[in-house]
Design a protein around this ligand. Structure first.
Ligand code: FMN
Length: 182
C-alpha cells in the first residue's frame, strides 16, 4: 500500500522524468509475464501528460506488448544517471531532487498515435533529426499506449535523500499530488 506522505507532486515527477531521459535515454518498464515472472524492457518514449497520465510509443516491443495485452499492470523506473548531478549531489551531501522515481499504474490497449503525439516525440528527438538513425527509429511512430499511474514515488537513498522524505501529505488526484509545493 502506498504511503501518501511519500507521494511526489506531479511537477516534481515530471522534472525527475526529464532529467532521467536526458541522462539515460530510457526508462525501465516492468510488466508481468505469463507465468507471473517480472519482465523488464527499456523504453525511451514515455511522455507524461496531466497528473497521473502519460503515453509511450509501443513500436518495437514484443514480449512487453503481449504482457500488457494480458495484464495491464506496469511499473516505470526513471533514474537520473547524469555524472554532473551525482558529483554535485555527492559534494553537497544531499540530492536537490529525487535521484530516481517509480511510477506504478496500468497501460491501455495499443492504439493509433495521433499527429499531436507523434509531433511531441519528434520535438524531443529533434537534435538527432539529420542523423541516419532518426528516420530508422522514429520514421514510423504508428502506435501508442495510454498510461495511468496511481502512484509516483521517489526512490530514497539513505542520508542524502532524508530531507526529501518529510514532505507533508497533500490532496490527491488519482493518488498523485497535482502541483509543485515549492
Ligand atoms: C534505449 C532504448 C529505448 C527504447 N525505447 C523504445 C520505445 O520507446 N518503444 C519501443 O517500442 N521500443 C523501444 N525500445 C526497444 C525495445 O526495448 C526492444 O525492442 C526490446 O527488445 C523489446 O523487448 P520485449 O518486448 O521483449 O520486452 C528501446 C530500446 C532501447 C535500448
Amino acid at each position: 500500500m502506498t504511503k501518501p506522505d511519500r507521494q511526489l507532486d506531479w511537477a516534481m515527477a515530471n522534472r525527475t522524468f526529464r532529467r532521467a531521459f536526458r541522462s539515460s535515454f530510457h526508462y525501465a518498464m516492468a510488466t508481468v509475464g505469463e507465468n507471473g515472472a517480472p519482465h523488464l524492457t527499456p523504453i525511451g518514449s514515455v511522455l507524461l501528460n496531466d497528473p497521473g497520465r502519460g503515453i509511450f510509443f509501443d513500436i518495437f516491443s514484443s514480449q512487453l506488448s503481449q504482457n500488457l495485452d494480458r495484464d495491464p499492470r506496469v511499473c516505470v523506473l526513471a533514474v537520473d544517471s547524469a555524472k554532473s548531478f551525482w558529483l554535485a549531489s555527492l559534494a553537497r551531501g544531499h540530492f536537490m531532487g529525487p535521484p530516481a522515481l517509480r511510477l506504478t499504474g496500468t497501460a491501455g490497449p495499443r492504439r493509433t498515435a495521433t499527429p499531436t503525439e507523434q509531433q511531441r516525440w519528434l520535438r524531443r528527438v529533434r537534435p538527432a533529426r539529420r542523423l541516419k538513425g532518426h528516420q530508422l527509429l522514429w520514421g514510423n511512430l504508428t502506435h501508442v499506449r495510454d498510461l495511468t499511474f496511481h502512484s509516483a514515488l521517489p526512490v530514497h537513498l539513505g542520508a542524502m535523500t532524508k530531507h526529501l522524505e518529510t514532505q507533508p501529505p497533500h490532496p490527491e488526484q488519482n493518488g498523485i499530488k497535482p502541483t509543485a509545493t515549492a
